[in-house]
Write a protein that binds this ligand. Structure first.
Ligand code: IPM
Ligand code: MG
Length: 368
């Protein structure tokens, strides 16, 4: 069997704690399922800044380029709020995304049966929810030029530019259509073609890619503001949503909260195939570094562990092993194991980060 090179970047805040549990899960798959991982670990974000004066050292960037998959915990924290923009922890993450050219960001919003009452929406609206947002991640207003703050006359002007090429739109559209074929075969594309030229182009190119290469997939288009509204009105109408970088940032936070449990949601950022034929890939939990609870054993490791499940599926082509891991997480929840973020009222003792890891490992053993 092939050897999989995995780079772990625990990062800041609760990142190291959730990564430690994920590392135990990875070790289980190596021992019990005979999967050959070559694991390296390095610094990112504030943790890297503290040591190297930069949120991502060049050597770490090179290691990420050479890895089959990168698994990242979280970056950022109040300690770094006053740093110059160019060395903020988030810049480390943005550099990884940009230089690895990870243009397709898959953000699933899945509602686990045991957690359906956590949503701020009614149970019947979210029970069984299973959608994926495919967010364009390497272009758009996050990276467009010109950008900056400059002085015009007697006042300052803040400038960012929304810019998309046809090729950038087409490749992320292809990712979304390909993913839909493995799911329920529906894609809804979101932009603001009513006010933005980049939105008009987005809509045209998504339609062209569809008509040429994916006519079997059901495609619809929505303005992003209407999409935001439909996401809370009737979220189960969606299967795959494809959208740009900024709308995707907003809509994916909204979709995550539909499930009521941010601590459960993984993500994958995929690029073009590398020399090995595998796509360049970075996996990370959607939750941030949660500095307020860092170091206290309160963090929920499920999102990071489920991010590793996505790596099994999308980088290593081990869909069965991914299913096995996802089932183990579900079994731990069904057994009532709850980190504090998954407890609605005081009642029963919450599980620690390691306690949740124990429960998932026990479920893996049971299911073997
Ligand atoms: C996300 C985050 C990032 C983004 C930040 C941390 C740069 O909000 O991954 O959604 O805006 O993309
Ligand atoms: Mg965000």
């Amino acid at each position: 069997m092939a050897r999989f090179r995995l780079l772990l970047l625990p990062g800041d805040g609760i990142g190291p704690e959730v990564m430690a549990e994920t590392a135990r899960v990875i070790a289980w798959f190596a021992d019990r399922r005979g999967i050959d991982f070559d694991i390296a670990e390095d610094l990112v974000g504030g943790a890297a800044y503290d040591v190297h004066g930069t949120p991502l050292a060049d050597a770490t960037m090179a290691a990420a380029q050479a890895a089959d998959a990168v698994l990242l915990g979280a970056v950022g924290g109040p300690k770094y709020d006053r740093l110059d923009f160019s060395v903020k922890p988030e810049r480390g993450l943005l550099r990884l995304r940009k230089e690895m050219d990870l243009y397709a960001n898959l953000r699933p919003a899945q509602c686990f049966a045991a957690l359906a009452d956590f949503s701020s929406l009614k149970r019947e609206l979210v029970a069984g929810l299973d959608l994926v947002i495919v967010r364009e991640l390497t272009s758009g207003i996050y990276f467009g030029e010109p950008r900056g703050i400059r002085t015009e006359g007697n006042q300052r002007v803040g400038i960012n530019t929304q810019r998309y090429t046809e090729a950038e739109i087409a490749r992320v559209a292809r990712s979304a259509f390909g993913l839909a074929r493995q799911r329920n075969n529906r894609v809804c594309s979101m932009e603001k073609a009513n006010v933005m030229e980049s939105g008009i182009l987005w809509r045209e190119v998504v339609q062209e890619v569809h008509d040429r290469d994916f006519p079997d997939v059901a495609l619809s288009h929505m303005y992003a503001d209407a999409g935001a509204m439909q996401l809370v009105r009737a979220p189960k109408q969606f299967d795959v949503i494809v959208t740009d970088n900024l709308f995707g940032d907003l809509l994916s936070d909204e979709a995550a909260m539909l499930t009521g449990s941010l601590g459960m949601l993984p993500s994958a950022s995929l690029g073009a195939p590398s020399a090995s034929g595998r796509p360049r890939a970075l996996y990370e939990p959607v939750h941030g570094s949660a500095p307020d609870i860092a170091g206290q054993g309160k963090a929920n490791p499920c999102a990071c562990i489920l991010s590793f499940a996505m790596a099994l599926r999308y980088s290593f082509d081990l869909g069965d092993e991914a299913d096995r891991l996802e089932a183990a997480v579900e079994a731990a929840l069904d057994a009532g194991v709850r980190t504090p973020d998954l407890m609605q009222s005081a009642g029963g003792a919450p599980a620690t980060t390691a306690g949740m890891g124990d429960a998932i490992l026990a479920a893996l053993e049971d299911g073997r």
